[in-house]
Design a protein around this ligand. Structure first.
Ligand code: NAD
Length: 791
């Protein structure tokens, strides 16, 4: 569906304004980005016409350089035009959405609203990105005709990567306006939480409470900063950063600002004092120790080392190893329930801190239901999407066991939120129940269980699998799931979705099953990433035992299965997202089309483990780079194959689906979906669309070889890289093999080769590299350290 917003204006080109503009442009929205005219440049128009838009221009230039990138691809910046509040308000007239993101000051925002009013289109949405100012107060100053179209759209920083978008309505906001903003937010890929007009809304209210609580408990208990961060990651599981690291990332000034705003405006909050910022933190801000952006905060980078603030001396010192029996015992427990239970019951300093802070945080969140958001689901989502928590507070509490922890709170003499006691008294044992298909949550306002609403656009494999009749076939590595309407899904579900023989057996079955009983195949999963490469453990064992025949059989199995998929008589659509590396990229590229999530990090990175892509990856690169010119004789293939070869030899990974297109891991007409939840549905629609519009599999083509002379030129370039110390000898060995394969082997330029010839070259190079000691060392290093060894 086309977004109902075609053009937008962003007022304020600071951190948030430029991030919002970049994200809108990435979604294809023409955006006007305005900021102030610097006082010093007022009146300079004649002498220096660029001076008056310098603030917005520089902000855009900075956004383009930001790392991690704020744009999916730099070219999208062409959709942004810059200007200033004095000269360019006229250009706002065709904007369907106006987002205000200027400094957090009510009077300034109100003054700006007054200035722009004559230029706001009659049906445009006016939104503020305020972090916590009163919406009622902002809305009050607006003309009566605009108040129904005004609301808060609270994006999180960095806008591209943070999933949460809080929507908060004012007293007069019309429901249709909220719905329009919600559907636009979802189109942008955001997870929407409806908050209420309370200071700092949902995620920041709870998140800042948790941080400030940790800070006070640390001081009171005589703990060190690095200890608290370690406790938080131990309790929160992988991905969760500790409170002090998060403060440094966000900026201590922002944290102090938000916390002080809570303290000043929450006179009735039973824990208001928690928001009072201690003097030693205010001092850090005064000294400019604001965290990452100023180089020092609670931590400081010194060369390669990260030092930590010593609370006694005020100086930075090396971090001490944080070791407690409870942390050591639980460090490999990935599942939240046993991990949290072990940690909160541990009788050491770590265990005592974790229980103390966690139980306070959970009770505080429970007392906020109804005040900051209507239900527990919104609070859980806000914490997962806005703070990257693995679990929200009520999900965490379920993992701890509600009844046991309430009992413990009572024994500790602590107040239990009344509705939690009521839920237990009614016989409820957890906040959420049921499986993925029947999930319910405890609704605090009606004191009863309510079904969790499911978005029909969110096609979930987990939900489908709850009905066993949807599971057509299953083995250890993959399953075939009936997606409905004649579409079959191949779901890989190995650890990290690595590929092994069980997966390829299922690829074969998918083709057979679909050709008999379905119209199309989709490849996708509900996990954390589309997939990594081949199972390196299995490969390493094969190499160590010199089982060359077995390795060759495995390579041939992958090639045969993926070619079978490529030429199936039904259309195949892959739905890659997040990491789609090596073998997983080859799997996706074997499809007729991809429908990729915007955040797809795709690449053929085999060189990192001392190998070349041999599961059709090199063949697909030849196809993508030279397929268009295969019928033209005499074309110079050096620039094309040279680029493909360089991408593979340097293990280029696309940092977005848009970039994957320019690297040709995706085709120009592959689809991009911004919302992860909509991805599988889009892939299914695409596959069925192809099936129902006369799909015919293509005949295997032949490709023109660049030939041995081009391979020699590429080798000379590799030699230059070794000379310049850009590449090791082993890198060079692999790069030369890549050049040999991509050029078609020992043939003259222009020779037409069938696909099998390229597959044979892939296999031969792969096997020869398996016999190299340095390749084995790279594989072992990757398995042990999860990063490549450049030997
Ligand atoms: P910022 O300081 O980076 O940018 C503010 C912009 O306002 C600047 O470009 C500045 O030139 C402009 N400005 C300054 N004086 C002005 C005036 N008199 N009139 C109009 N504009 C003026 O701030 P930011 O972090 O981008 O925050 C902008 C808004 O977004 C604030 O309301 C903030 O609370 C909110 N917000 C910030 C974050 C965050 O993490 N930084 C997150 C969510 C929401």
């Amino acid at each position: 569906m086309r977004p109902s917003i075609e053009r937008a204006t962003v007022l304020g080109a600071g951190v948030m304004g430029s991030g919002i503009a970049a994200h809108l442009a990435g979604a294809g929205i023409r955006t006007l980005l305005l900021d102030i005219v610097l006082p010093a440049t007022q009146g300079q128009a004649a002498a220096d016409p660029g001076a008056r838009t310098r603030v917005a221009d520089q902000a855009l230039a900075k956004a383009l350089k930001a790392r991690p990138a704020l744009f999916y691809e730099p070219d999208a910046a062409r959709l942004i035009s810059t200007g200033n509040f004095d000269d360019h308000l006229e250009q706002m007239r065709d904007s369907d959405l106006v987002v205000e993101a200027v400094v957090e000051n009510l009077q300034l925002k109100q003054a700006l609203f007054e200035r722009i009013m004559p230029f706001v289109k009659d049906d445009a949405i006016l939104a503020s990105n305020t972090s916590g100012l009163s919406i009622a107060a902002m809305s009050d100053g607006l003309p009566a005709s605009v108040q129904p179209r005004f609301l808060v759209m609270h994006f999180f920083n960095p806008v591209r990567y943070m999933r949460l978008l809080e929507l908060v309505t004012g007293p007069k906001t019309e429901p249709q306006v909220l719905e329009r903003a919600r559907s636009f937010g979802e189109f942008l890929g955001k997870g929407i939480v409806l908050g209420k007009d309370t200071p700092n809304f949902v995620a920041n209210r709870i998140g800042i409470y948790n941080m400030m609580q940790a800070l006070h408990l640390m001081k009171a208990g005589g703990y060190a900063i690095e200890e608290i961060d370690r406790f938080a990651t131990a309790a929160g599981g992988r991905g969760g950063a500790g409170p002090f690291k998060t403060c440094d990332l966000v900026g201590l000034d922002t944290i102090v600002h938000v916390s002080t705003n809570c303290y000043d405006s929450l006179a009735g909050d039973e824990e208001r004092d928690v928001f009072k910022v201690p003097d030693w933190v205010t001092d850090l801000v005064r000294q400019g120790r604001l965290g990452r952006k100023t180089g020092a905060g609670f931590y400081k980078k010194s060369g390669k080392e990260i030092l930590v603030l010593d609370l006694d001396s005020g100086d930075y010192r090396p971090q001490r190893k944080v070791s407690y029996p409870s942390l050591d015992k639980t460090k490999n427990l990935e599942e939240a329930r046993p991990r949290l239970q072990a940690l909160t019951h541990a009788d050491d300093r770590a265990g005592r801190f974790i229980w103390d802070s966690l139980s306070r945080n959970l009770c505080y969140a429970a007392r906020r239901v109804g005040e900051i958001a209507d239900d527990i689901v919104s609070i859980d989502r806000a914490m997962r999407w806005g703070f990257n928590a693995q679990l929200g507070p009520f999900e965490t509490w379920d993992a701890l066991g509600v009844a046991e922890s309430v009992e413990r709170l009572r024994r500790d003499g602590r107040a239990v939120p009344s509705w939690v006691s009521d839920m237990l008294a009614q016989g409820g044992t957890s906040f959420y129940s049921g499986d993925a298909a029947t999930r319910t949550y405890f609704d605090v306002s009606t004191k009863s269980s309510k079904p969790l609403a499911r978005d029909p656009r969110h096609l979930s494999i987990d939900v489908l699998k709850c009905d066993s009749s949807n599971v057509i076939k299953r083995n250890m590595g993959a399953s075939l799931i009936d997606l409905g309407d004649g579409c079959l899904c191949l779901e890989v579900h190995t650890k990290m979705n690595s590929l092994d023989s069980t997966v390829f057996e299922m690829v074969d079955s998918a083709v057979e099953e679909a050709e008999r009983n379905f119209e199309a195949i989709v490849m996708g999963n509900d996990g954390a990433a589309f997939g990594a490469g081949a199972n390196l453990f299995v490969l390493m064992a094969g190499i160590q035992q010199k089982q060359w025949d077995q390795i060759e059989r495995a390579v041939r199995q992958m090639q045969t299965s993926l070619q079978k998929l490529r030429y199936a008589s039904v259309p195949v659509v892959a739905a890659p997202f997040q990491f789609t590396l090596a073998g997983a990229a080859e799997l996706a590229m074997a499809a007729d089309a991809c429908q990729a999530h915007a955040e797809t990090y795709m690449g053929l990175v085999e060189i990192g483990v001392g190998l070349v892509p041999a599961g059709t990856g090199c063949l697909r690169m030849v196809e993508r780079f030279t397929g268009d010119v295969r019928n033209i004789e005499g074309v110079d293939l050096l620039p094309l194959i040279g680029t493909a070869s360089l991408n593979l030899a340097t293990a280029r990974v696309a940092t977005s689906a848009a970039e994957a297109k320019s690297l040709r891991f995706l085709r120009p007409d592959d689809g991009i979906t911004l919302n992860r939840d909509h991805l599988l549905q889009h892939a299914k629609q695409r596959a069925l669309g192809m099936a129902r519009s006369g799909y015919r599999p293509q005949r295997p083509p032949q490709f023109r070889a660049a030939g041995v002379d081009v391979a020699k030129t590429l080798s000379a370039r590799v030699w230059g890289m070794v000379e310049g110390a850009w590449a090791s000898d082993h890198d060079a060995l692999i790069a030369n093999k890549l050049a040999h394969i991509l050029c078609g082997g020992d043939v003259n330029a222009g020779a037409l080769l069938p696909e099998q010839a390229w597959l044979d070259l892939e296999c031969e190079a792969f096997l020869s590299l398996c016999g190299e000691e340095k390749t084995l060392a790279r594989i072992q290093h990757m398995l042990m350290h999860n990063k490549p060894l450049r030997n």
